[in-house]
Design a binder for this molecule. Structure first.
Ligand SMILES: Nc1ncnc2c1ncn2[C@@H]1O[C@H](COP(=O)(O)OP(=O)(O)O)[C@@H](O)[C@H]1O
Ligand SMILES: [Mg+2]
Length: 303
């Protein structure tokens, strides 16, 4: 089967500034694909072009096989969208929000009404059906937005920062819900600036910065190819002096704020040097996606 989403050499300018700059990526049916990048990287602009809300200055886009923007309307019928900022109707109840949304897809009220119990169950909002949106917690609102995106039984879900602003518990519940959608064969494109989210959920991802792709691949492949060894994080006074001392034992070192990162193939050698120094705290861990990002951009991702 052909790609669910094709983005080929796409460009978008606002004034003089290229906010999406020759970006290409393909999403296969049934996979979870992540667009990972800091604020202002061009994630939302990319999704808006994909949905036909904003026109690219160059490049070609296909969504569910349909060319966008020319046939975006047809593609959208098979797509569910979770926007970056919830646009639920605050005066309506949870149930009413779902019913109203079904109308946008030309579904009969009876058809959507029959779907509501399953959507409420999916969103774990069975007990909140008659609650108004402004009585819901942030996590509940996000789950309602997610349930609403399923009203038309879409093949593809497009989500802009689905868990930004949620506490860890609410975030875990969204992750679990997204995994159940993937198990049902849905295709998901999501944006995030949380590395942990991308690492847990995405089959493949592309890291973007200033509208350009700086890396693409499966999270573990990126971690192996970009880092490929363990990391020891050390916190303590004078990280620069510590770096001079420990650099010979490491493949690479990096200082970020008050933390010295030692990338090491032989962790024991470094641990032996630091373990009896009470002024140092340290963490020995496998490499992760955050290390990849730090490596690629030379700085930590901004919140
Ligand atoms: N409508 C617009 N007009 C002008 N500049 C915009 C507009 N929308 C976004 N931008 C700019 O484009 C860049 C990318 O924005 P955006 O796609 O929202 O990034 P992200 O979603 O990754 O945070 C930012 O520098 C932003 O200020
Ligand atoms: Mg955004």
């Amino acid at each position: 089967m052909s790609a669910a989403i094709e983005f080929e050499q796409v460009e978008k300018r606002y004034g003089e500034k290229k906010v999406v700059d020759g970006l290409s990526f393909h999403v296969r049916p049934g996979e979870c694909f992540g667009l990972l990048g800091p604020n202002g990287a061009g994630k939302t602009t990319t999704l808006k072009m994909l949905l036909g809300i904003s026109s690219p200055d160059a490049g070609t886009i296909r969504l569910c096989g349909e060319p966008v923007p020319s046939r975006a309307r047809f593609a959208r019928a098979r797509v569910g969208v979770v926007p970056q900022f919830d646009n639920l109707d605050p005066d309506f109840t949870v149930r009413e929000n779902l019913l109203v949304f079904g109308r946008y897809f030309g579904q009969s009220a009876a058809h959507t009404r029959a779907l509501v119990p399953a959507l409420l169950e999916f969103a774990r909002l069975e007990s909140k059906a008659e609650a108004r949106v402004n009585e819901l917690s942030g996590g509940m609102r996000r789950r309602l937005t997610l349930a609403r995106a399923l009203v038309n039984d879409p093949d593809v879900l497009i989500m802009d920062e689905p868990t930004t602003g949620l506490d860890p518990q609410a975030r875990h519940l969204i992750w679990e819900r997204l995994r159940s959608l993937l198990a049902r064969g849905k295709t998901i494109l999501l944006t995030t600036h949380f590395m942990e989210e991308a690492e847990r959920l995405c089959d493949r991802l592309c890291v973007i910065e200033e509208g350009r792709k700086i890396a693409e691949g499966a999270p573990n492949d990126l971690i192996q190819s970009e880092i490929g060894c363990d990391v020891i994080e050390i916190y303590g006074p004078d990280p620069a002096a510590l770096r001079d001392e420990l650099a010979p034992l490491a493949t690479r070192t990096e200082i970020s704020g008050e933390t010295l990162f030692c990338y090491v193939t032989d962790p024991q050698a470094t641990l032996d040097r630091i373990k009896h120094r009470p002024q140092l705290r340290y963490l020995h861990r496998p490499a992760n996606l955050e290390d990849v990002f730090l490596r690629l951009t030379g700085r930590e991702m901004q919140d």
